[in-house]
Design a protein around this ligand. Structure first.
Ligand code: SPV
Ligand code: MG
Length: 303
């Protein structure tokens, strides 16, 4: 029988521990237990050092979770539904998880969410500084999205920090100023305010194809905050390597939606091909073998 071999306490504290040890972390989106098993076991050989490479932890994405229910990414699922999914993921994995907490909801709800998450063994929640109907950040200014007032968001951070009962749990403030076209000075101003309010880390989001603006942000931010964990999400600026982001001052790099997108593309193509060919022979090579499926609960997936 394969089940997770770590306690909630151990898993929860692991993120802070890795960051304190100066580790530069790569997290990957997982949206259900089986995607998390695949992510847990994923490994590759580093060409240069012959070291085995693996992900350091998981990202629970609002976009991927909403997509897996066929719903838009507008905070419909809610933290309790999302946490149910995470608890199922924890049954079969050991790595730490950072949850995308959307806006965190009303501050009175966020206090409960913090306690629920930390009790369940989640290491960190990321909340974004938007208010009103939350839309996915990658939609940018093509839809109406509103920034939360700085003071209001700082209050949410403070009340969240006051609500947690362990030292381990982290609240990471996500800045949407660049997404909303409000410019670098606004992004940096917010970063300083959120760190002062007690945020354990900062995520700077961008939807540019070039990493230029997040690299500029990191350079400026690091002058003022040499040690505050800094997080990037290179979804659109995907040509930059994690190593380059890490050299520029980022501690955590999140691949925010790739397990979901990979699975969906395979399903779209395979379902269409079965209809076209009136049989499955043509798609077998794009499907995991039944043997691999049968051994997956015990050994993960090796292909
Ligand atoms: C998510 O993965 O849900 C995120 C990142 O919040 S993004 O989709 O880029 O907004
Ligand atoms: Mg999200």
């Amino acid at each position: 029988m394969w089940t997770n071999a770590v306690s909630n306490e151990f898993r929860r504290g692991r993120l802070r521990e890795l960051l304190a040890a100066g580790r530069r972390l790569r997290l990957i989106e997982v949206h259900n237990p089986v995607s998390a098993i695949i992510a847990e076991y994923a490994n590759a050989l580093d060409q240069d050092s012959s070291r085995s490479l693996e992900f350091d932890g998981f990202w629970s994405s609002s976009l991927a979770d909403s997509t897996s229910f066929g719903l838009p990414d507008i905070e419909l699922l809610g933290p309790r539904k999302r946490l149910e999914n995470i608890q199922d993921i924890f049954t079969v994995t050991t790595k730490p998880l950072v949850m995308d907490g959307d806006t965190g909801g009303p501050v009175e709800h966020f206090e409960y969410t913090v306690r629920d998450l930390e009790r369940a063994g989640v290491s960190a929640v990321v909340i974004e500084d938007k208010t009103g109907l939350k839309r996915n950040s990658l939609l940018g200014t093509s839809v109406e999205q509103r920034s939360a007032p700085v003071a209001e968001f700082c209050e949410k951070i403070k009340r969240g920090k006051a609500a947690q009962t362990t030292r381990d749990f982290m609240i990471i403030a996500r800045i949407e100023s660049l997404i909303l076209g409000q410019g670098m000075p606004e992004a940096l101003h917010r970063a300083n305010a959120y760190v002062d309010a007690g945020a354990d880390g900062i995520m700077i989001h961008s939807r540019e194809e070039s990493p230029r603006e997040v690299l500029e942000f990191a350079a400026e931010f690091r002058q003022v905050h040499p040690a505050v964990p800094l997080v990037s999400v290179p979804t659109t600026y995907n040509s930059v390597r994690a190593g380059e982001l890490q050299e520029a001052g980022f501690d955590v790099v999140i691949y925010a939606n790739h397990m979901m997108r990979a699975a969906l593309r395979a399903m779209v193509e395979v379902s269409r091909e079965i209809l076209r060919h009136d049989r499955t022979a043509e798609v077998e090579s794009r499907c995991l073998g039944i043997d691999a499926i049968l051994s997956l609960p015990e050994r993960g997936v090796a292909v």
